[in-house]
Design a protein around this ligand. Sequence first.
Ligand SMILES: Cc1cc2nc3c(=O)[nH]c(=O)nc-3n(C[C@H](O)[C@H](O)[C@H](O)COP(=O)(O)OP(=O)(O)OC[C@H]3O[C@@H](n4cnc5c(N)ncnc54)[C@H](O)[C@@H]3O)c2cc1C
Ligand code: SF4
Length: 577
Amino acid sequence: MSTHNGKVAPDAFPPPVDSQKEFIKRGLDDEDELIEVGVAIVGGGTAGLACANRLLALLGDDPETMERLGEVPVAVVEKAKTCGGHNLSGAVMRPGPLQELFADLTREQWREEGFAFGEVTKEAVYLTPTSKLSVRIPTPPPFKNHGNEVVSVSALARYQQRQAEEAGAYILTETSATQLVVEDGRVVGVRSGDKGRGKDGEPLGNFEPGTDIKARATVLAEGCWGHLTGAAIREFDLARDREPQVWELGVKEVWKVPQPLDRLIHTMGPWPLKISSKYGQIGGTWIYPMKDEKTGDDLVSIGFVVELEYADATTSAHDLLQTFKTHPLVRKILQGGERIAWGAKALPGGGYWSMPKLSMPGALLVGDSGGMVDTMALKGVHHCIKSGMIAAETIYAALKHGSSDLSEYEQAIDDSSVGRELWEVRNARQPLQKGLLIGGALSGLQQISKGKLPGRADWHRNDAKPMFIGNTKDAYVKPDGKYTFDKLSSVFITGNATRDDAPNHIRVQKHVPREIAETWRWMCPAGVYEIPEDAPEHGDVDVIVNYTNCVQCGAITAKGGRLTTPEGGDGPLYQIL
Ligand SMILES: Cc1cc2nc3c(=O)[nH]c(=O)nc-3n(C[C@H](O)[C@H](O)[C@H](O)COP(=O)(O)OP(=O)(O)OC[C@H]3O[C@@H](n4cnc5c(N)ncnc54)[C@H](O)[C@@H]3O)c2cc1C
Ligand code: SF4
């Protein structure tokens, strides 16, 4: 009987996957078997749709270039049932890039359209030393949100989809892009996934094979380290000389509340996380007011984000959020209200130094696919929009001049607000991997200096952290089904529609030390990983993977597994997250 407690890291059990071999297709099918488009955008989230809208606006003023792109100048491939179905964010947004993208639309109109919920006029930041106490502190610079707008990215994506379709985009929803097509060292399009395969990959009665989508330029807008993005990074060596990417996981709920909340709230812990550096836990919460102009309802967005660098295998963002809701600070906001939505999603946390090279022959990375999130401020939406716009401008300029060179994008991002803002905080987050006390002070110095202190702080890979089975779980509340909820009833309200006989899209080793199995079991917000009751207390155990529950949050990629694309149309159908 062996135990690896505190000694075994997830990267010792890599996922059984060879992304270059499986996810890169060498060469296109014959011309009569493929779909040809001008520009293919993979991912109909905030970034991909910003790219589509900006590109169509530019092409709209230039019919000659538009015509050269053929019948389908811009196609967006989105795996969710509708754009927005898989998108989730806090989400308080810096408004500039969206105002630039839709210059004729006022902020009042954003709210009438149903994706924006009010400007931030008041804010407060608290420490929560215990389950009862909260101490208000002066707002640290990254948490200053005055003038920003609370939005729903799933509703924003639906709005952007409508705009793009009106401008002429062809949006293929319920379609996963499963392979990147590379010919002579250049990305020439993507392949859409087969539909109607059974558990073992066998074609069922409704089988439909995928198709090659040939494009002059391809934009990878897959969000938090996507499937094709990962393959592209390996194929084109895009992460050479960069720091490793690190991730955070957020679980969010939206509540309808009896009283409007008059301010934006952030809490910085330590409760319900452990302060000791042994646990490696860094995280925090948000509570954002949302006024629904259409219904008049007062809503609140509440969420818990935890860095996936932690060492205690029993860390669970979902249970941490449920427990956090029992704090008096939160109870007085939510009590008497009703939970109307739940979801979970990971985000890339490495920032500037972890961003891969953003261009490769024939393709570009935008938004979270390119790691463009400032996790000090928990802000990525505005960078997604801006990077999508810059990608569109780069591609348009190349197409107009008959060029296929997209390499200028890299510098354009660096020179833009995206590059400038991410540069300022490039070294601010890494010290926190050393623990809250020492790390907090070093991080503060970096923030005050606004990036003027020289150097490059390194990141430690999340999956290289040895895991131990600790006692974080002992503090979790027992769900009552009214105010606090378990994972499965939460997944239920996402509208998750994964077929029971679909092929497994989660790649993990299934016979691993208990510490690794427990890590996955507790981490997964959707309760996908199960350890049989009769499994041994110590040593290796078998893991059951209930993949049809998966809400495609992506966290497993940070801790030793891999999320691949399920069949198009599977997964959650978020409305207001
Ligand atoms: C918990 C949490 C809280 C956050 N809070 C804030 C905040 O308050 N403010 C802020 O500014 N930012 C915040 N962020 C960051 C912000 O939400 C993201 O940066 C942003 O939403 C990412 O947008 P995106 O378009 O790059 O990716 P996504 O929104 O993830 O969109 C990617 C899309 O691509 C689709 N897709 C992926 N792969 C494929 C494929 N192979 N084939 C077909 N479709 C595919 C997905 O279904 C999805 O629709 C938060 C993020 C999280 C997770
Ligand atoms: S199985 Fe799905 S929901 Fe669970 S951690 Fe992995 S990606 Fe997230």
